[in-house]
Design a protein around this ligand. Structure first.
Ligand SMILES: [Fe+2]
Ligand SMILES: [Fe+2]
Length: 131
């Protein structure tokens, strides 16, 4: 949850402050990511409630930078970490027999992988390998 809030905030801000003609395409893309991260937070909140938990209300801290490249790199690092975490959560869901929850997380994971690819492409680098 905290990482999804972090992602919402980062994409809301970065999509608007990113400067430079070469980054205009990705800025529009980041705006779409912001909306997708919000939908992830809603799915997670629903699933945490289903498990009898209380969703956290604090985001992980969001780093800012004057440099477009650095902002995109922060996003990319966060997505890579998020993907690693969701892969673990899917394994845990399946071990517990929570197959529907695993499906919800798989759908989120597909978006996160798209986000990761979009950011790596904008940075002109290879998509990081996840463990
Ligand atoms: Fe997300
Ligand atoms: Fe994402």
């Amino acid at each position: 949850m905290a990482r999804e809030y972090q992602a919402i905030i980062a994409y809301v801000v970065y999509s608007q402050v990113l400067k430079g003609a070469e980054y205009m395409n990705i800025a529009g893309e980041l705006e779409k990511h912001a909306a997708e991260e919000l939908s992830h937070a809603l799915v997670l909140s629903n699933q945490i409630d289903y498990l009898g938990g209380m969703p956290v209300v604090q985001p992980k801290p969001v780093r800012t930078s004057e440099k477009a490249k650095e902002m995109l790199q922060f996003d990319l690092n966060n997505e890579t970490e998020t993907i690693r975490n969701y892969r673990d959560r899917i394994r845990q869901c399946e071990a517990l027999g929570e197959f529907a929850m695993a499906e919800h997380i798989r759908e989120i994971l597909m978006d996160e992988q798209d986000h990761q690819i979009a950011l790596a492409t904008a940075l002109g680098i290879d998509t990081p390998k996840n463990s």
